[in-house]
Design a protein around this ligand. Sequence first.
Ligand code: IMP
Length: 179
Amino acid sequence: MHNDISEIIFTDERIQKRVKELAQDISNDYEGKQITLVSILKGATIFLADLMKNLSIPLSIDFMAVSSYKNTQSSGVVRMLLDLRETPENKNLLIVEDIIDTGLTVDYLCENLKTRNPKSLKICSLLYKPARRIKEIKIDYLGFEVPDKFVVGYGMDYNEIYRNLPYIGVLKPEVYRRK
Ligand code: IMP
């Protein structure tokens, strides 16, 4: 285990098993349809890759980037950094997120996408941290709930580091306090 991690919450094996279950549910629900996975850069990229490998329906992918985080606290102000390449109009959109914390980011994305006339819009998030909820979000496909701790790995970072850890672990608070 990495020195800056205090505990592993989800091992690689556990994540892979859950991702396969989510993919099965999504494939069943969208049978006979085509979907566009809208992935949020950068934290959701590993989740997106694993999820799409396990989906059996025709799909395309597109990316958005937003920013609301400074260190380990949400700033509460969401900024769009990168918009979709393709038009979302008349498409079955599935937002693929790494973690929903306050809910502000996904709420902003949903409101933004809804104005662009998609055929449908749903949310898939690997993690949800209910303790810090500000916006109530209906998560259609959820991997796991997590306690109110700052987690990294499997795509998630602290100041751009730790994304490559294959597991999801809790970052030792002294790591962000000493910066
Ligand atoms: P929200 O807007 O507060 O829901 O935050 C969503 C975004 O904050 C996620 O997409 C992550 O990029 C980031 N985030 C929230 N909590 C954590 C965490 O525990 N570790 C790493 N990133 C996090």
